[in-house]
Ligand binder design. Structure first.
Ligand code: NAD
Length: 402
């Protein structure tokens, strides 16, 4: 059945981009924005500005959502297609609020899924409610809000977008419609395990930040001294990124072999970067130059907070660690522990960043630190062995009752 209506959950950069795109396809667009006073501001500012404008490099889309509410009960019941676009640390709250209201047989899309989303979905009971889950590998666009409720700038558009679904069945018609809405081609990946291992944010963000924390620590910057984020990748950081990527490949090879699974969509970082940003990379000669010369990354600064008037330091609350460790690298570490696959680079990056953030996930090589419950690791969902992991996999197959 053709999609007529879409309910977007969140109020950040991605939602600002998707609103005009979905309106451009003639859809009814409703918004659930529970965070802070975002619903009010979205409503007021989009009305005053005559719509939300998404400024793509080569075109502009503009439109006003049909209904905006801070309350799930106003827009979730009856919705056939619900799309969550928030950092992963908001997923548990969003999913818990949505669960009692969502209609049986609805489709829930999470952009991006980040790692371990399937454990949350299964533990909350969405499968029994016959809700199809689609997870995207990443956000299709690099985008930043320039005026809340009025203007978002799209710095880069990915060439393609990986996605997986539970139950695991081909959904060519739905994927085709979603691709038309987001204006990016979608490639179906084998499973949510592929999404977890193929979560590139878990490599790129902690990997680059690790290099920056080692280089700058608590160093203060004036506004015009704030370093670029992606352009800061030097030979050392590129080596760390390669090391992290290789450990994911080792894990993939082990899991694919031991459990006889297809995980071929889990690409090495360099391959994924070239496939996703082919037209934006000016110098593809190495991983370092691919980051430094990627026009989609240009102008994006290191995450900082203002410490004093006009003085900045690296921000320990950035989603590059708050999201990409507990919903990224730690999930892979949790899987590596199930397989006894060694991950020295991962351990080093997690240890340095958790100390810097004032958190404790890893303790003596195991995820036994005091903050471990924040992480969407398999162990927190009762998955303690490869047999348990296989049980999750089997649940993703189409249940007979569907
Ligand atoms: P964002 O930083 O704009 O999202 C913040 C929004 O999430 C808030 O405005 C709010 O609406 C919601 N939110 C945050 N905390 C919440 C909470 N506790 N409860 C309820 N809602 C909450 O995010 P974005 O830039 O749209 O990115 C969405 C996802 O895409 C993230 O996972 C991000 O890492 C990823 N991503 C973003 C980009 C980009 O260029 N923006 C690129 C690649 C990947």
């Amino acid at each position: 059945m053709k999609i007529q209506e879409i309910t977007l959950c969140g109020g950040g950069n991605g939602v600002h981009t998707l609103i005009p795109l979905a309106l451009n396809q003639g859809l009814v667009v409703n918004i659930w924005a529970p965070y802070d006073d975002e619903a009010l501001r979205l409503e007021k500012n989009s009305q005053e500005g005559g719509g939300i404008k998404a400024l793509f490099p080569d075109r502009v889309f503009k439109g006003i959502p049909h209904r905006i509410s801070s309350r799930a009960v106003d827009v979730i019941p009856g919705a056939e297609l619900i799309v969550i676009i928030t950092p992963a640390f908001a997923h548990q709250y969003m999913l818990q609020e949505i669960f009692p209201l969502i209609r049986e047989g609805a489709t829930l899309v999470v952009i991006p899924s980040r790692s371990g989303l399937e454990y949350q979905y299964l533990s909350l009971g969405f499968l029994e409610k016959r809700v199809t889950l689609i997870g995207f590998q990443t956000l299709p666009w690099a985008c930043r809000i320039e005026a809340y409720g009025q203007k978002v700038r799209i710095l880069g558009v990915k060439k393609y977008q990986g996605a997986a679904n539970i139950p695991d069945k081909p959904l060519p018609f739905l994927y085709g419609q979603l691709a038309e809405i987001i204006q990016v081609q979608i490639q179906k990946m084998e499973s949510f395990l592929s999404l977890t291992l193929g979560n590139m944010g878990q490599l790129i963000h902690p990997g680059i930040l690790y290099g920056m924390v080692r280089q700058y620590g608590e160093q203060e910057f004036l506004q015009d001294e704030i370093p670029d984020f992606y352009q800061s990748v030097d030979d050392f950081t590129a080596g760390i990124l390669e090391g992290l990527s290789q450990e994911i490949q080792d894990l993939k090879t082990y899991l694919a072999h031991q459990l006889n699974l297809q995980l071929s969509a889990v690409l090495p970082l360099k391959e994924w970067l070239f496939a996703s940003y082919r037209d934006c990379i000016e110098d593809p000669s190495s991983l370092k130059t691919a980051f430094q010369s990627n026009t989609a990354y240009q102008g994006l600064k290191a995450p900082v907070i203002e410490k004093g008037r006009g003085v900045f330091i690296l921000d320990k609350n950035t989603r590059y660690v708050q999201e990409d460790l507990p919903f990224g690298l730690l999930v892979s570490k949790g899987l590596a522990l199930l397989c006894a696959v060694k991950t020295p680079v991962m351990d080093e990056v997690i240890t340095v960043l958790q100390d810097w953030m004032g958190k404790e996930y890893l303790r003596e090589g195991d995820i036994q630190g005091k903050d471990r419950m924040e992480a969407r690791i398999p162990q927190n969902y009762g998955i303690e062995s490869l047999d348990d992991l296989m049980g999750v996999w089997n649940k993703q197959e189409t249940p007979e009752v569907w």
